[in-house]
Design a protein around this ligand. Structure first.
Ligand SMILES: Nc1ncnc2c1ncn2[C@@H]1O[C@H](COP(=O)(O)OP(=O)(O)O)[C@@H](O)[C@H]1O
Ligand code: SF4
Ligand SMILES: [Mg+2]
Length: 331
């Protein structure tokens, strides 16, 4: 990975934070905050893919929703094309919305079941563009062909498609406004392995043809290993490791990343440094009442007393690899 120049950057996220007010029970029960996304920063270059990985509950979806302004950030910046996306006025936001589109995990629940497939794809054209009827139909025809669906399938309803085909409709819909950034939140997690590969191939081909940038979220490092240029590993709202793909897969440094990688069979076979599955036992801390020190300490095989005292900062191991662990070492 070469560090992209400012001109190549599509997205710059700085110190983003999202917190949810939660009510606690009991005598002292008052308002507390769950910091679902806690001060994270990352960049995405044009035409590239940044993967955000981590177990369920680590804050991936909340981070993605905050980048797209679908949940409110309480702190931080999202620069899109050099503009402060979080500060756009309503009209500028409507225009910018077309440039950032989402693909969700479960295409069935994210597609309106009462709309025919062509109407699902048409919706963003109606709300975000000023195209004529003929132009819209031409775009819909092209998109159906681009995602590998037949013209007559435009008339069908979502329940008449398979899971993979529904995700193709979701992709066509996401492409309708010619976005620059597509946020893919676990786009293949609900699909069979064979269908996963087809959808990943389709996404890669569309990226190449259209110069798209992807923010690609997955709980599975195996899914992103052929799909990303850089990887951010999240744990309990924080990025704990951030690296280009090669460094992350060949030389993972955070104990949490190593454990996640050890669970990916195809990485093991390729002779990655972890050949045995590393179990991460122990419970994660209460996200509303985080302990001092490293958030991973309660589950980390390397934890010692220093880990409970101070929280490790993300520290550069090389130009393209940062890690938040007191014991991480450069190659
Ligand atoms: N609307 C919400 N209100 C309260 N807590 C939430 C809300 N959405 C997510 N959370 C919490 O924020 C944390 C991160 O969730 P999420 O972003 O969905 O993680 P992931 O996508 O990595 O599974 C979890 O602890 C989750 O329970
Ligand atoms: S700082 Fe300590 S507890 Fe945290 S990941 Fe590193 S070794 Fe484990
Ligand atoms: Mg999620």
């Amino acid at each position: 990975m070469t560090v992209p120049s400012k001109d190549d950057l599509l997205l710059e996220v700085k110190n983003l934070g999202v917190r949810f007010a939660v009510k606690r029970n009991g005598f002292f029960g008052g308002k507390s905050f769950l910091h679902a996304v806690d001060d994270i920063s990352f960049d995405l270059a044009r035409g590239k893919t940044l993967a955000i990985v981590g177990e369920s509950g680590s804050g991936k979806t909340t981070a993605a929703l905050a980048v797209g302004r679908l949940v409110a950030a309480h702190k931080g910046e999202v620069q899109m094309d050099g503009k402060d996306f979080l500060a756009l006025s309503d009209e500028d936001l409507r225009i910018a919305r077309g440039k950032v589109q989402f693909i969700f995990q479960d295409p069935y629940s994210s597609l309106n079941p009462r709309l025919r497939a062509k109407a699902v794809v048409r919706e963003p054209l109606d709300s975000l563009t000023e195209k004529t009827e003929d132009e819209k139909q031409e775009i819909i025809d092209q998109l159906f062909a681009a995602v590998g669906l037949r013209k007559e399938q435009q008339e069908l309803f979502p329940h008449q498609f398979s899971g993979g085909q529904r995700q193709r409709i979701g992709i066509a819909r996401a492409l309708a406004t010619e976005p620059e950034l597509i946020i893919c939140d676990e786009p293949v997690s609900a699909l069979d392995v064979a269908v996963q590969a087809q959808i990943l191939n389709l996404l890669r081909r569309l990226q190449e043809e259209r110069g798209l940038s992807f923010l690609f979220i997955s709980h599975d490092l195996g899914v992103v290993q052929h799909m990303c240029d850089t990887v951010a590993v999240m744990y309990m709202g924080r990025i704990v490791e951030y690296a280009d793909r090669k460094s992350l897969f060949n030389s993972p440094k955070h104990p949490y990343t190593k454990a996640l990688l050890s669970a990916v069979p195809s990485v093991k076979k390729r002779g990655a440094p972890t050949t045995e599955r590393i179990a991460i036992d122990g419970d994660p801390p209460d996200p509303v009442d985080l302990p001092p020190g490293c958030r991973f300490a309660s589950r980390c095989p390397l934890a010692d007393v220093s880990c409970q005292k101070s929280e490790p900062e993300l520290t550069a191991m090389s130009d393209t690899h940062t890690v938040a662990c007191h014991f991480a070492q450069a190659d």
